[in-house]
Design a protein around this ligand. Structure first.
Ligand code: ZN
Length: 247
């Protein structure tokens, strides 16, 4: 049949469109993968930063504790000196003065011990928070590694599928009339949506409106390109002969 070739052209063009649609969705999915991996890594980094901050805070607390302990030691030495002096003094006044100095040291020590206790509590709290955070980062790290491996595998699969689709596409693209494929590519560039609309039961598969009877009759002949009067897409209608392959 002389008109068979246009029907075949439309079938190929529809196939091209399906391939391109899948290729687009593969590419879109492929683009999201690096973002997903980066997000996973960011959550691990967040935990590691928190651990670093808490470790620094703990180091500060321990440093303060050491300096307070050093104060106590210094005061102990001083207290011994005062006591030695007390054994040697002869006047009551001098003895009392030294007694006052010792009392002052005792008061100071009392305050310092309170501060040390507070620092110890703070240190314990930070240590337990750190233990928790470290367990969480281990979990998060394991999750990230597992998910990243999955994403990498998906990435590889997608790339393989894209290559296969492109190869297939290249086998039948040359069979499509150059004018028709150019028209298709221009439409796709401009509208980013289907160019070929399937016509079934007298309805345009893209805009869902009824195909005008005259248009439908023309389209069923496959003698020339017929466009949907509503959405302006090329109509590829179901052949009247059920043995003719469709789409
Ligand atoms: Zn339409």
């Amino acid at each position: 049949m002389a008109n068979e070739s246009l029907r075949q052209q439309l079938a190929l063009l529809y196939k091209l469109q399906e391939h391109d649609r899948e290729l687009l969705s593969f590419h879109q999915r492929l683009q999201t993968i690096p973002r997903n991996i980066a997000q996973l890594e960011a959550s691990v980094t967040k935990y590691k930063d928190e651990i670093k901050a808490k470790s620094d805070e703990l180091a500060e607390v321990e440093k303060a504790q050491r300096s307070k302990n050093a104060e106590l030691e210094m005061n102990a030495v001083q207290r011994e000196k005062y006591k030695e002096e007390q054994r040697e003094v002869t006047s009551n006044e001098a003895y009392t003065a030294l007694e006052n100095q010792i009392e002052y040291l005792d008061e100071k020590d009392f305050e310092t011990e309170e501060e040390i206790l507070e620092l110890m509590e703070k240190g314990e709290q930070l240590k337990s928070e750190l233990t928790e955070l470290e367990a969480e980062v281990v979990r998060e790290d394991a999750k990230t590694t597992e998910k990243t491996t999955e994403f990498r595998a998906e990435q590889k699969n997608l790339q393989t599928e894209i290559n296969e689709k492109l190869e297939q596409r290249n086998t039948f693209l040359p069979k499509i009339d150059k004018k028709l494929s150019t028209q298709y590519h221009r439409w796709m560039e401009r509208h980013k949506t289907d160019f070929v609309a399937l016509g079934k039961n007298g309805t345009c598969g893209s805009c869902r409106l009824t195909i005008q009877p005259q248009n439908l009759k023309e389209a069923e002949k496959y003698e020339k390109l017929v466009y949907c009067s509503n959405c302006k897409r090329v109509l590829y209608v179901e052949p009247s002969d059920p043995n003719t392959p469709f789409p």
